[in-house]
Design a protein around this ligand. Structure first.
Ligand code: ADP
Length: 258
């Protein structure tokens, strides 16, 4: 249950992803309910066929209270588990979502060792990128391609999203190439997030999860700043939901043994 999108995953036989959905509606219960219905439909089953469900993210308490969910777990725990499932060799997870960003350090076994999170400031999150994309009249999925043309990255000096938006608009007015501006925006997000990653320590393999992982411009900027290779798994945006589904599977197995 994210701030910007809602993600659901249906697991079969503990490890097989048979249904998944991402809806562009976060927070509240409407988006999550829609994504659950879509993932169940994708799996070709009925809600009654779900043996155990776990909610994670912003509204995870309402998952149990209002959505007939079985239980809830913290987002960090689920992200760590999901990343380990997607890339078994992972030791560092960088997650950039719509409204927060976090860096998680994992042990070799995949347990959470430490983490740092930014949930107070829009800079360094997907929302920052969305606001700037809107100001430039572009869709978020166009940004990486445009920034790859950059020859002279613009330095975005404002740390506040509102000021950064004005800064971008004044750069446009000065006829600065849009690719250089967007590359500067990606660099600015990567700079902010790299601070969190350095605090947990960069240990290979480094995996990126969350919606912003789909923005290759941010991934490349992070690789440059952190001097490391970053793996972006196929289901990067679903990492938290996959982790929750894996814990749901564990709960089911445990209840069968009782
Ligand atoms: P949350 O879990 O907080 O709702 P997500 O992990 O789903 O957030 O990430 C949402 C962010 O991902 C958006 O703010 C946007 O910046 C980014 N994003 C989503 N889809 C794409 C895409 N196709 N290309 C680039 N960025 C994307």
């Amino acid at each position: 249950m994210g701030s910007t999108t809602s993600k659901s995953v249906v697991l079969k036989n503990e490890t097989e992803i048979v249904g998944k959905a991402i809806t562009k509606l976060g927070a509240g219960t409407q988006g999550p309910a829609l994504s659950i219905a879509q993932a169940i439909n994708d799996a070709g089953i009925l809600r009654e066929d779900i043996s155990y469900s776990i909610g994670t993210g912003y509204g995870r308490n309402s998952f149990v209270d209002f959505m007939e969910g079985d239980s809830q777990l913290s987002e960090l725990t689920c992200h760590a588990r999901g990343a380990k499932f997607l890339v078994p060799t992972v030791r560092t997870v960088i997650d950039i979502g719509g409204q927060d960003s976090k860096a998680i350090s994992l042990s070799e076994k995949g347990t959470l060792v430490s983490f740092f999170m930014n949930e107070k400031c829009a800079a360094g999150t997907g929302r920052f990128i969305e606001i700037i994309a809107r100001a430039l009249g572009l869709e978020i999925d166009q940004l990486a391609k445009v920034s790859s043309q950059s020859k002279n990255i613009v330095n975005i000096s404002s740390v506040c999203t509102v000021f950064a938006e004005s800064e971008v608009i004044s750069q446009l007015a000065k006829n600065v190439d849009i690719s250089d501006i967007i590359a500067g925006v990606h660099r600015s997000v990567a700079n902010k997030v790299s601070g969190l990653v350095k605090r947990v320590g960069v240990r290979q393999d480094v995996v990126m999860s969350g919606g912003v992982a789909q923005n290759q411009g941010v991934v490349l900027a992070l690789e440059e700043i952190l001097h490391c290779n970053i793996i972006v798994p196929k289901y990067a945006q679903l990492a938290g939901a996959i982790g929750a589904a894996l814990y749901a599977s564990d709960s089911l197995t445990a209840s069968k043994k009782e």
